[in-house]
Write a protein that binds this ligand. Structure first.
Ligand SMILES: Nc1ncnc2c1ncn2[C@@H]1O[C@H](COP(=O)(O)OP(=O)(O)OP(=O)(O)O)[C@@H](O)[C@H]1O
Length: 311
C-alpha cells in the first residue's frame, strides 16, 4: 500500500508536486498520467525515497522508505532504465545490486528469468537495446520480491511484443497482491492494464478514478446520428436542450447524409424524439470518448509547455 498525505516538492518557486493526497491499495494497478513536466517522476522519486518531500508524507506499507532497513524488499522501481555500468554483464549488474541491497544472490537468476533475460545474462549491458535495458531495469525492480512496484514509462523502447509482455507481467504481479504504480504520457498505453488512473497536471491531481468513470467524465462522449433531414432534426434536438454540431462524416468509407454529434441527450431520447418528429434516422449510435480524448480534454489546461504556433 502507498499512502501520500499533503505530499509536496518545491524547486525554487515551482511546486513540482503540489499537496497530493491519495491511497493505492494492494493488488491494484494505478496508471499515473500527465503531460511532460506534470510531476510524475518527482512523485515516484519521493515514493521510493530518492527525493525528500518539502512538505507532507508518503509511506509504503505504513512507513517512510527512508527509514526502511532493506528498501529493495519494500519497493522495486524502474526509474531510469540506463542507470548502469555498461562494462558489467546483466548478471553482474544484478549481483552487485543484490549485494548492495542485502538480498540473496539466488534472486539474481530468478529475476533474470522473470524479465526474460536468461539467454543474455552473460552479455555486457552496453550492447543492450533500449528494450533489453528496460527489461534489465524491471529485473532489478523485482530483485527484492517487493510488495510495491513503481514503473516509470516501462513501455518506453519496447516493441509491440515487449509491450504485450510488460502488460501481462504487470497484471500477474498485481494478481499476486502487489501494489503497482505505472506512469505514461499515453492513456492508450495503460488502457487495459490499469484498474484506475491518477492524472497529474502542474503538480496536482487533475482527475482520478476508474478508467470507466474517467471516460464518462469527458464531454467527448456523445450520440451520433445520420439523417437525410438533419437540419430539421437538429432544430428539434436543440429545442429539447441538446447541443448539436455537424460532424465529419469520416471520409470516403463514412456514412452518406449529414452526421450530427449530439451532447446533452441520451441515445434513447434522441431516437424517441426523431420518431415523434417523423424523421428517419440512418444511423443512431452512442460514441464513448476514447480515453485519449478524455485525457487530452482533462489535461489541456495543465500543459506546461506548448509548441509555438506555426507562423
Ligand atoms: N531537480 C530539479 N530541479 C529543478 N526543477 C525540477 C527538478 N526536477 C523536476 N523539476 C521540475 O519539476 C516539474 C515536474 O517535473 P517531473 O520530471 O517530475 O515531471 P514529469 O511529469 O515526470 O515529466 P516527464 O513526463 O517529462 O518526465 C518540472 O517543472 C521540472 O522542470
Amino acid at each position: 500500500m502507498i499512502e501520500a498525505r499533503g505530499l509536496t516538492k518545491r524547486y525554487g518557486f515551482t511546486a513540482a508536486v503540489d499537496d497530493l493526497t491519495f491511497t493505492l491499495t494492494s493488488g491494484s494497478v494505478t496508471g499515473l498520467l500527465g503531460p511532460n513536466g506534470a510531476g510524475k517522476s518527482t512523485l515516484m522519486r519521493m515514493i521510493v525515497g530518492l527525493d525528500v518531500p518539502s512538505a507532507g508524507t508518503v509511506t509504503v506499507g505504513g512507513r517512510s522508505l527512508r527509514q526502511a532497513p532493506a528498501p529493495m524488499r519494500e519497493v522495486g522501481a524502474l526509474l531510469d532504465a540506463r542507470a548502469f555500468d555498461g562494462a558489467l554483464t546483466a548478471r553482474a549488474h544484478l549481483r552487485w545490486l543484490a549485494r548492495a541491497g542485502g538480498l540473496p544472490a539466488a534472486r539474481v537468476d530468478e529475476a533474470l528469468a522473470e524479465a526474460g533475460l536468461t539467454s543474455v545474462a552473460r552479455t555486457r549491458v552496453r550492447g543492450f537495446s533500449l528494450g533489453m535495458s528496460q527489461r534489465l531495469g524491471i529485473a532489478a525492480a523485482l530483485l527484492g520480491d517487493p510488495a510495491v512496484l513503481i514503473f516509470d514509462e516501462p513501455a518506453n523502447g519496447l516493441d509491440p511484443e515487449g509491450i504485450r509482455w510488460i502488460r501481462v507481467l504487470i497484471r500477474r504481479l498485481a494478481g499476486e497482491g502487489r501494489t503497482i504504480l505505472v506512469s505514461s504520457h499515453l492513456m492508450s498505453e495503460v488502457e487495459g492494464t490499469v484498474d484506475q488512473v491518477i492524472v497529474m497536471g502542474r503538480g496536482r491531481i487533475v482527475a482520478d478514478g476508474s478508467i470507466r468513470d474517467f471516460t464518462r467524465r469527458g464531454s467527448a462522449t456523445h450520440v451520433e446520428v445520420v439523417s437525410p433531414r438533419a437540419d430539421e432534426l437538429a432544430a428539434h434536438l436543440t429545442a429539447a436542450g441538446a447541443q448539436v454540431k455537424p460532424a465529419d462524416p469520416g471520409g470516403p468509407g463514412g456514412p452518406s447524409g449529414t452526421v450530427l454529434k449530439i451532447t446533452g441527450l441520451t441515445v434513447e431520447q434522441v431516437g424517441d424524439l426523431a420518431l415523434t418528429a417523423g424523421i428517419a434516422l440512418h444511423t443512431l449510435v452512442e460514441r464513448a470518448a476514447s480515453l485519449e480524448e478524455a485525457f487530452m480534454e482533462i489535461t489541456q489546461n495543465s500543459v506546461q509547455y506548448r509548441p509555438e504556433p506555426a507562423r
